[in-house]
Ligand binder design. Sequence first.
Ligand code: G3I
Length: 320
Amino acid sequence: MLIGTAVRPAQLSEAAYAATLGRDFNMVEPEDALKWEVVHPERQSFNFLPGDQIVDFASRHGMKVRGHTLVWHRQMPTWLTEGKFTSSELAEILEQHIKTVAGHYRGKIFAWDVINEAYDELQPGRLRSTIWRDQPGIGLVGSGSSYIERCFRWAHEADPQALLFYNEAGAETMNPKSDAIYAMVRDFRQRGVPIDGVGFQMHIAKLHADVASISANIHRFTALGVQVHITEMDVALPVDPNGNPRPEDLQRQADIYREIATACLSHPGCTAIQTWGFTDKYSWIGSHSKQTQGAALPFDRNYRAKPAYEALRKALEAGR
Ligand code: G3I
């Protein structure tokens, strides 16, 4: 079983961070280091240093590396967003990006999120309007998910051995978004489009997870012959101004981690559980909630294991 976490290269030199990471995980994923604004800061130049630091750490510790993400509509450099490129120029830029980045990490990154969050939040089941799809898009607007298909084909050409994933938020349960993704993945599989897996992010808020629906959803995707990875799990808690959660919430949080891990472990095709960071010291939740939420990860800010850590460990020990 792959047990992963998102990591930030700047923290790898912090002893407690590196020790915890090396001890408790067998997979890492760059949290931001391989997003366009970091890895492709100018049209003609790539910056692989932050990503390479993570890959080096992983290889020294015998860990696998998941790549995140070749195509997204956020964290893009201004040369791209303000470049007023035509569709054919964008197609050329995107193909070059995918092939350069996936090519640089060929043999080092075993699985890629080829596309992240292509479906809309507000219009359930509809593809999101983005620079890649229709603003102005790479020239495949009006033909459904064919722009996504093109990205998977480019990624496969760049690294035929890498497992290629579609990654999404809010598609963990049976719902209109996951229905649309299911239809796309089934179509891709039937037509031989190189897709190997689906990533369910699993950012959980409000201390609620519909585990029966999540389990049914994992079941239907793995039945298509693709793997499922839980890619970005965290369970945000309300916190006081010092960042401290209520003790009773920590136990409910632990239950959710255990229930989700158990749901994954009960499907042979669910092959990875990854958290979005591992210490509450570094998590996107605080800054993205004006510090009203936090404490979302298995280790506290001092790298002490929380009830969530023990719950995850027990679920993993119980195994398949
Ligand atoms: O680029 C600047 C940098 O120059 C500056 O030094 C730094 C100071 O705070 O800010 C940097 O930008 C931040 C960037 O992360 C890189 O660290 C942004 O402000 C910050 O908003 C950005 O947040 C990331 C977020 O994606 C952006 O949407 C989070 O770290 C990252 O955890 C989060 O991850 C996403 C997944 O990729 C996709 N799924 C949802 C998940 C959570 O939003």
